[in-house]
Design a protein around this ligand. Sequence first.
Ligand SMILES: [Zn+2]
Length: 156
Amino acid sequence: MRCPFCGNIDTQVKDSRPAEDHVSIRRRRFCPACGGRFTTYERVQLRDLVVVKSNGKREDFDRDKLERSIRIAMQKRPIEPERIDQMISGIVRRLESMGETDVPSRTIGEIVMESLARIDTVAYVRFASVYKNFQAAGDFDRFVSELRPAGDRGEE
Ligand SMILES: [Zn+2]
């Protein structure tokens, strides 16, 4: 695994342990070249999903992107990180078990909102309000960039 700090490809695993109810393995890694430390997760991927945007464009499903948007919606909410991890895994599992490789971005948005609504109303409202604009724009990147941490809007 390449070091994200210096690009050295010879990094060492310091510690491996199960995370999120054993659906992933968390590895702490160390880079001997620069001393950097980082974490990687290993997960079962049942199938390679492709997101179909409303404008018909397709892109590979990116769990990290999904996770980013959800974590931003969840910012400063009293929800345990493990709970958020479980929710994200649940969403991905649902998408993977739908039986189709192609998943409309709209479907992903709806499943995320459903999951958020069950866990935290404030996060749900944050996500849903941005999601509305996103549907109009049909652009996931814009969607993620509009979901800014609450502090950035002076809502401390
Ligand atoms: Zn390094």
